[in-house]
Design a protein around this ligand. Structure first.
Ligand code: SAM
Ligand code: CA
Length: 234
């Protein structure tokens, strides 16, 4: 087994060639033009690696269509790849509550979201995600009202987001957690892990154990992108 994680940009597959094969064959040809535009402008950003992997995006859109998602939550917007993807997938009268403490990065993708004609579906909340979720929970109308949530922010708080999202998402609704294989480091001895990845590796390992034992959700951990865990609320 290869223990080196020196090339983070190839996803979790055996080689960069295989990852690019999947993208070139099945993902990019179907990627909406404006989504591609967000991906391309984000590529110049110093933190471009944060953008949702397009293969993950394709599965998210499929899940959203399968459950007819209309009301969704997005925790961690960055430049808006997964946000625009969701906005293009849900119906015209759908709504996305999009939370990020950084508005500047949201504004990088905003002109493209406007060009796509889907800005009206988005309620962007500039806030720490925990306080925004707690505020949503203060309004009873929000409880068990969301169809779908995508969580892609600070890994240290994923379990806290989970507790709140289980109150906000309806039975049968879906919560997707991104980066649940953390560059493959979850299965590496610690000495092989880069210093910068050690802290989140431990948070993700805890999360994975927790979700595996959480009988409030049906789960599937999928080795796509950097690993995602799909939870269906029971
Ligand atoms: N899903 C995004 C996309 O498709 O481009 C990528 C999100 S990026 C990995 C993580 C984002 O989470 C950053 O934009 C960061 O500002 C935001 N974030 C991190 N911690 C947060 C917190 N505690 N509350 C709100 N936003 C947070
Ligand atoms: Ca991510």
């Amino acid at each position: 087994m290869a223990l080196s994680n020196s090339d983070d940009s190839k996803g979790l597959l055996q080689s960069r060639e295989l990852f690019e094969y999947v993208l070139e064959t099945s993902v990019y040809p179907r990627e909406p033009e404006l989504l591609k535009e967000i991906r391309v402008i984000t590529a110049n950003h110093p933190q471009s690696l944060m953008s949702t992997s397009p293969d993950v995006g394709q599965l998210i859109a499929l899940l959203q269509k399968l459950i007819n998602a209309k009301k969704t939550i997005e925790i961690g917007v960055f430049t808006g790849y997964s946000l625009l993807l969701t906005a293009l997938t849900i119906p015209q009268d759908g709504k996305i509550t999009a939370i990020d403490m950084n508005r500047d990065t949201y504004e990088i993708g905003l002109p493209i979201i406007q060009k796509a004609g889907v800005e009206h579906k988005i309620n962007f909340i500039q806030s720490s995600a925990l306080s925004a979720l707690d505020e949503l929970l203060e309004d009873d109308a929000n409880r068990e009202s969301f169809d779908f949530a995508f969580v892609d922010a600070d890994k240290v708080n994923y379990q806290k987001y989970h507790e709140r999202l289980l109150q906000l998402v309806k039975v049968g609704g879906i919560i997707v957690y991104d980066n649940t294989l953390w560059f493959g480091t979850v299965a590496m001895p610690e000495e092989f892990v880069k210093e910068s990845q050690k802290k989140n590796r431990l948070h993700i390992i805890e999360l994975n154990k927790f979700l595996a034992n959480d009988d409030r959700v049906q789960i599937s951990q999928v080795p796509l992108g950097d690993g995602i865990t799909i939870c269906r609320r029971l």
